[in-house]
Design a protein around this ligand. Structure first.
Ligand code: UD1
Length: 412
């Protein structure tokens, strides 16, 4: 798929964010933990969520609209062809293990932004009594009933925290996860599980306590708004020096981003579940350093780099979370950006203008970053590999067009 973008007027109007992809994936997986039906609302319509549904259906889950029924769960082997499409599929490890005592999942492997190992997930599960065998590219995890443990994560990994919470909810005894990820998506997962009867304390902090219980009950749950999708639309207003409203935002989840936009001279106003943005003035460059939440999100680094590429002055971007997350930079250079990379740091000298070019997207957020740059580049930008966008943004082009952007998606 290609995305074609033409230089656009400053964006104006409203854009709505949908449900959070990164909250939906673990919550869908967690629905396997309980044998009752669960209703999950506000799941975004994305290739990642579709692929997750396909894997769950192949394991015997019945999914009708918002209803997830895993009462007839009949398998523990996740199919390679589906698993390789999304790394989030490894979030099925703990729910399967807890429900049927076994999970066989092909190693999710690397991806362009980094090697993305799963050692922290496995270390925690081992501490809880699981036996783990990894041969022929498949991780085979088994345990009759997991037991609570005290687990210290060497890094506050989002996925490892989520897998270990799901493992602990029905384990025997108490689990304490230290140096846990504090992302809002982890908190949303815990809200879902606590509604089902789980005993989780400390979600959203660095120490999470989980008292194991025997059984969970079916509930309904509404997924939180997607802070990265909303952040990307804020960046679209900012890069075009536009003004408008991003709807369906939890501003408490956007503090790191809001702080940086404010430092640049962009004005933001909270209005209930909306954020108003006025980026009609000049924008001065700032430095950013990606960190686990509540630090600046790595998932916004690429889009923010596009904004910095046309801001006034020099901005330094340090990526501390993933080792290879500057793939969009070579493509921004084709568009006339002035950026130097040194290891995990990129130095961005703001330029007066970018020029449209043929560029390639290698990952989801990089694709969004190139589309944003295309909005202010003279002439036309053609982004190949744009199917990445559909993994994380529902109707990306349509939503931006609603605010005046000249952007369309085209099948190859
Ligand atoms: C999740 C998000 C992703 C986001 C990332 C960081 C989902 C579905 N995806 O990914 O969009 O970019 O958080 O905010 O929620 N690590 C290890 N060993 C492990 C696990 C992770 O070394 O066992 C490392 C990774 O290589 C990476 C860092 O920890 O360098 C962060 O990864 P992690 O927080 O686990 O990201 P994901 O959960 O995969």
């Amino acid at each position: 798929m290609k995305i074609l973008v033409e230089k656009s007027e400053p964006l104006k109007g409203e854009i709505s964010a949908g449900g959070s992809k990164n909250a939906a994936l673990p919550i869908m997986a967690a629905s396997i933990l309980c044998a009752d039906k669960c209703s999950i609302y506000n799941i975004p319509n994305l290739t990642d969520t579709d692929n997750m549904k396909n894997i769950m259906q192949s394991l015997g889950c019945v999914i009708k609209g918002n209803e997830f029924d895993s009462s007839n769960l009949c398998g523990f082997e996740a199919p390679y062809e589906e698993v390789k499409k999304l790394r989030g599929s490894f979030l099925l490890a703990s729910p399967l293990l807890a429900r049927v005592g076994r999970a066989q999942i092909p190693l999710p492997g690397g991806c362009p932004i980094g090697t993305r190992p799963i050692d922290l997930h496995l270390k925690g599960l081992r501490a809880m009594g699981a036996k783990i065998n990894a041969t022929h590219g498949v991780v085979d995890i088994s345990c009759k009933r997991l037991k609570g443990a005290r687990i210290y994560l060497d890094f506050p990994s989002v996925g490892a925290t989520e897998n270990l919470i799901m493992a602990a909810v029905t384990a025997k005894g108490t689990t304490v996860i230290e140096n846990a990820a504090q992302e809002p998506e982890v908190e949303d997962l815990c809200d879902f599980l606590n509604k089902q009867g789980a005993h989780i304390l400390g979600a959203g902090s660095g120490t999470i306590n989980i008292e194991g219980i025997k059984k969970l009950k079916g509930v309904s749950h509404h997924i939180i708004p997607d802070r990265i999708e909303a952040g990307t639309y804020l960046a679209a207003f900012a890069i075009t020096r536009g003004s408008g409203r991003v709807k369906n935002v939890r501003s408490e989840h956007q503090k790191p981003l809001m702080a940086k936009f404010t430092e640049m001279g962009v004005r933001l106003y909270e209005d209930g579940e909306d954020l108003l943005i006025d980026a009609t003035g000049t924008e001065k460059s700032v430095n950013i350093k990606t960190m686990p939440y509540p630090g600046f999100p790595t998932d916004m680094q690429a889009q923010f780099s596009s904004v910095l590429s046309v801001a006034n002055g020099t901005g330094v971007v340090v990526e501390t979370v993933f080792e290879n997350r500057f793939l969009h930079i070579s493509e921004l250079l084709r568009m006339g950006a002035d950026i130097r990379i040194d290891g995990r740091t990129s130095v961005i000298e703001g330029v007066k203008r970018l020029t449209g070019a043929k560029v390639e997207a290698f990952d989801l957020r990089g694709a969004a970053a190139l589309a944003l740059a295309g909005l202010v580049a003279e002439g036309e930008t053609e982004i190949s590999g744009a199917e990445h966008i559909m993994r994380g943004y529902e109707d990306f082009c349509g939503k931006l067009r609603g605010a005046g952007a000249k952007i369309t998606a085209q099948k190859d």
